[in-house]
Design a protein around this ligand. Structure first.
Ligand SMILES: Nc1ncnc2c1ncn2[C@@H]1O[C@H](COP(=O)(O)OP(=O)(O)OP(=O)(O)O)[C@@H](O)[C@H]1O
Length: 896
């Protein structure tokens, strides 16, 4: 298989061919400039105002000046030399595809079913599945169609009105919103035709026929020119909304879609919560739409347009993680717009038998406001710059590598190289988020085959030159904690914001039919798209939205952008020019020259030597060179026979190596030429055989190498493990020693201190207990003392009372013996002569009554109570005396 031929764009021929042998210009590294960026991407939505202000303006108005409409350049046909003749640029109609489209798209992912049900659970992950046609019955339609709210809507008619009733339906299938005066006052922000003008049905079925079969059938056997002729005049951007499947199973679809009467696909979208704002677009693809369906409805017309000579642009726009890359690139199971478009290109080449083609592909990215060539040769800097084109508003790219491609496999190579170099990163929202805007571009040159000799030399032959640009924009996003992601995010948001501003201004000018300054230069993205956006390309925008409730704000912003770009009017022209700089022209010139040289050489040899056998080695080598170059050039110019039958039929074409291309056989070649060709072919076969053998040998050696390498790596791992152990040992040993020393020195001290502390604690406890005991004893003593005092005072009182009583009664029965005994023992006597009980003492200094003596006397008296000489008062005195004695004794005991 041949590799794509690199072809460098220089600043003289941006988008136009330069000699394949021309040297590549110098490269410089992709700059990683980080400029200050407006963080308010999501909040600053230029459409938020314009959409509300343009309420009721339902038709876009073309305002492009003729000069602008003819712009060429990077996305607008860089080879256009100004002689482009305006063709019947026409209103965009939905095309259909051929039978081969049908078969190729029917592989697995091309389901023919769609879901619009808000309340549905998560849709199935796209996977190969049989094609199901699940159209609604009229009954089902009727069952699911909600009745309009009475205050806002009224059915266009009732079941009794046959005008509003489909055959077989029991309810009207059309309804309309009635615009009330209140609506007009409030302004509902609608920038699209009111539903009243459209007649819509809310779709709640699980699966709806997307009309793919009709679409495909309609394109069958229709030539490109016939298809183009069937299109109308005016053209706007084809705007598709694609709702990705719900990723969180517990979430539900925040959006609902409505089907217009007579349309096979929904065109109106609104929030499922019933809010009044509707957005209206060319088509809305539900969560179940496959990549193939997306491609057929949204990109196929633009691929066809590009093959017809119209510059065409298809890009995906949407919040990060909403499915842009899935839509544009897809997977091997479900290829996206880019691989399907590539297949379509070769399918068309195969079908259009009257034309020949040259294709060249390039791939660039815009990362942090710096352009990078994704196909730049290894080691080169890949410097890419945007320059002004020949005409006002036209831009061209300088320094971009272009590969001449001849089959699907070569394009796959180009894509793989570019994809491999593209920057992606993990964000909070997308594990493999595109961190740059990427532009995959194919320049398509074609012209009619055959013609007069001078035509073959290309003098008078018109060439169609156009560019198909397929763009995967990076997604708008919020700030994160990651610095690098944030810096990238700022640049992404800045460029998308500028894109929004530019679209908003273009839409405004379209509506007002004015011209004015458009800030294309505010970002490289808009500068890159300038030629296309200014009207000279057919544009399709696939706006992807995430149906989650948490993403509603971002989705609304995306829908506003989509509504804005829908209002931009285009005026793309078919570029068919006589351009000597066209690559196909240069190739044809070179082929003609080589043919002439070879013919002259053959004639020379025949004349001199009458046969090829006598030619010199140098002559033979020169001839081989001519012949090889001729073969190579013929290979690069494609026609119907260049595309192998099986190359474009299978949907998985991109996943397998491309088949070798068939070159046309020339029956008028001389025997010598054929011999030479056979010789070259044999040499090539031998060379390839040697290469195969070499590869086989390498392959045979490989397991050993792998084992050896594994062994080496294992050794390294062991060494590293050992090093780690050593390191740990060395690092931990001093710490351990230090700990031991410190412990040895301080442990006894600490223990002694702890023991002392414990002793002190015990001592303090004992002290505390004894103080506590003393305190309590003290308080008891105080109590007893108080009681003693009270007893004493009572005793005194009683004594006093006794004395008083005795004085009054004057009689205490005593005997002489008793009183003498009493007197004798205690120096106290009871003077019987006086008749009163009073202390009697020999010592006149002894007080008359002493506590102790009385006590003793009374005790004695008590002992003598058997004599019966005491009165009642004496008894109580005895008791008291007894008590006092006890107290006395107690006090004495406690004291000692
Ligand atoms: N229609 C869809 N069907 C199935 N899976 C989808 C669909 N859309 C998106 N996805 C999945 O969602 C994830 C994010 O999608 P994708 O990378 O395409 O988002 P993005 O918009 O390109 O994000 P970013 O701007 O961050 O690059 C991927 O795993 C992708 O496979």
């Amino acid at each position: 298989m041949h590799s794509p031929i690199p072809h460098k764009l220089d600043d003289k021929h941006s988008g136009s061919p330069s000699s394949p042998s021309s040297k590549r210009s110098a490269f410089r590294p992709i700059s990683k400039m980080v400029s200050k960026v407006n963080h308010e991407f999501l909040s600053r939505d230029p459409f938020a105002e314009s959409s509300t202000s343009s309420s009721g303006k339902d038709r876009p108005i073309h305002v492009m000046t003729p000069a602008k409409s003819k712009l060429g350049g990077f996305f607008g046909g860089s080879n256009a030399n100004g002689n482009a003749t305006p063709s019947s640029s026409s209103r965009l109609r939905r095309p259909s595809t051929t039978a081969s489209d049908v078969s190729s798209l029917a592989s697995g992912s091309n389901t023919n079913t769609s879901s619009y049900n808000d309340s549905m659970g998560p849709p199935p992950v796209p996977a190969p599945m049989p094609k199901i046609r699940a159209g609604m019955t009229p009954e089902a339609r009727t069952r699911h169609m909600p009745l309009p709210k009475p205050a806002r809507r009224e059915a266009l008619g009732s079941a009794s009105n046959p005008q509003n009733q489909n055959q077989g339906d029991v309810r009207p299938t059309t309804m309309r919103l009635v615009r009330t005066a209140q609506d007009d006052e409030e302004g509902d922000g609608l920038d699209v035709p009111m539903l009243s003008a459209l007649g819509t049905r809310r779709m709640e079925e699980d699966h709806v026929d997307m009309g793919m079969e009709e679409l495909q059938a309609g394109l069958e056997d229709v030539s490109l020119d016939a298809w183009d002729a069937s299109r109308g005049q005016d053209e706007t951007v084809l705007v598709t909304i694609r709702i990705r499947p719900i990723s969180n199973p517990s979430d539900s679809n925040a959006w609902s879609t409505l089907m217009d009467a007579g349309s096979s696909r929904p065109r109106t979208i609104r929030l499922a919560d019933g809010s009044r704002r509707d957005w209206h677009f060319d088509q809305i693809l539900p969560t179940t739409a496959s990549n193939a369906e997306t491609y057929l409805t949204s990109a196929l017309p633009h691929v066809r347009s590009a093959m017809l000579g119209y510059n065409s642009l298809c890009f995906a726009y949407g919040q990060t993680g909403s499915g842009k890359s899935h839509t544009m690139s897809g997977t091997s199971q479900s290829p996206g717009v880019v691989p399907l478009a590539v297949e379509e290109i070769f399918r068309i080449i195969k079908r259009e038998t009257t034309r020949e083609w040259v294709l060249r592909a390039s791939y660039l990215e815009l990362y942090n406001e710096a352009l990078g060539d994704l196909l730049a040769p290894e080691g080169s800097k890949g410097e890419v710059t945007i320059l002004n084109g020949k005409k006002e508003g036209e831009v061209r790219i300088n320094g971009l590598t272009e590969m001449v491609v001849t089959n699907v496999g070569e394009v796959k190579k180009v894509l793989n190289i570019g994809e491999g170099r593209r920057r992606t990163g993990c964000t909070d929202w997308n594990e493999r988020s595109s961190r740059s805007h990427s532009v995959f571009r194919i320049v398509i040159e074609s012209r009619a085959k055959g013609g007069r000799d001078d035509d073959v030399r290309g003098k008078n032959k018109a060439t169609r030159i156009s560019t198909l640009s397929l763009i995967d924009l990076a997604g708008s996003e919020r700030a994160t904690d990651n610095k690098e992601r944030n810096a990238e995010g700022k640049h992404i948001n800045q460029s998308l914001l500028t894109l929004k501003n530019v679209i908003s201004k273009l839409a405004e000018q379209s509506a007002k039919k004015t011209t004015g300054h458009i800030p294309y230069r505010d970002s490289k993205l808009t500068r890159l798209l300038q030629t296309s956006l200014s009207g000279s390309a057919r544009i399709s925008v696939i706006c992807t939205i995430n149906p989650a409730h948490s993403a509603v704000t971002e989705s609304q912003s995306t829908l506003n952008f989509a509504a804005g770009i829908k209002r931009v009017v285009l005026n793309a022209k078919q570029t068919e020019v006589v351009d000597p700089a066209a690559l196909i022209q240069q190739y044809q010139n070179e082929i003609a020259e080589l043919k002439a040289k070879l013919a002259a050489r053959d004639a020379e040899v025949a004349e001199v030597d009458n046969g090829p056998k006598r030619t010199t080695m140098a002559q033979r080598e020169e001839r081989d060179r001519f012949q090889n170059r001729l073969s190579e050039l013929k290979r690069l110019i494609l026609d119907s026979s260049s595309v192998a039958e099986d190359e474009v039929v299978e949907r998985s074409g991109l996943a397998r190596p491309a088949s070798p291309s068939k070159s046309s056989i020339e029956y008028d070649k001389s025997t010598y030429s054929l011999q030479q060709e056979a010789h070259v072919a044999q040499a090539k076969v031998a060379e390839q055989q040697a290469e195969i053998e070499k590869l086989k040998r390498e392959l045979a050696l490989r397991p050993k190498d792998v084992d050896g390498r594994i062994g080496e790596l294992q050794l390294q791992v062991d060494q590293l493990t050992e090093m780690t152990h050593e390191y740990e040992k060395n690092l931990l040993e001093p710490a351990r020693k230090l700990r031991e020393d410190v412990e040895a020195e301080w442990l006894p001290k600490v223990q002694a201190l702890e023991a002392r502390a414990k002793e002190k604690e015990i001592f303090y406890k004992a002290l505390y207990d004894s103080v506590h005991g003393l305190k309590s004893e003290n308080s008891k003593l105080k109590e007893k003392n108080a009681r003693l005092e009270s007893v004493q005072s009572e005793y005194g009182k009683l004594l006093h009372d006794l004395e008083t009583t005795m004085n009054q009664e004057n009689t205490i029965p005593t005997t002489n013996s008793e009183s003498s005994c009493f007197t004798k023992n205690r120096n106290v006597s009871l003077g019987s002569d006086m008749g009163v009980l009073r202390p009697v003492s020999d010592n006149p200094r002894i007080p008359s009554v002493s506590m102790q003596s009385v006590n003793r006397n009374l005790a004695i008296a008590n002992a003598q109570k058997g004599f019966g000489m005491r009165s009642l008062k004496e008894d109580s005195m005895f008791d008291l005396a007894k008590e006092v004695a006890e107290l006395d004794r107690g006090l004495l005991d406690e004291t000692f």
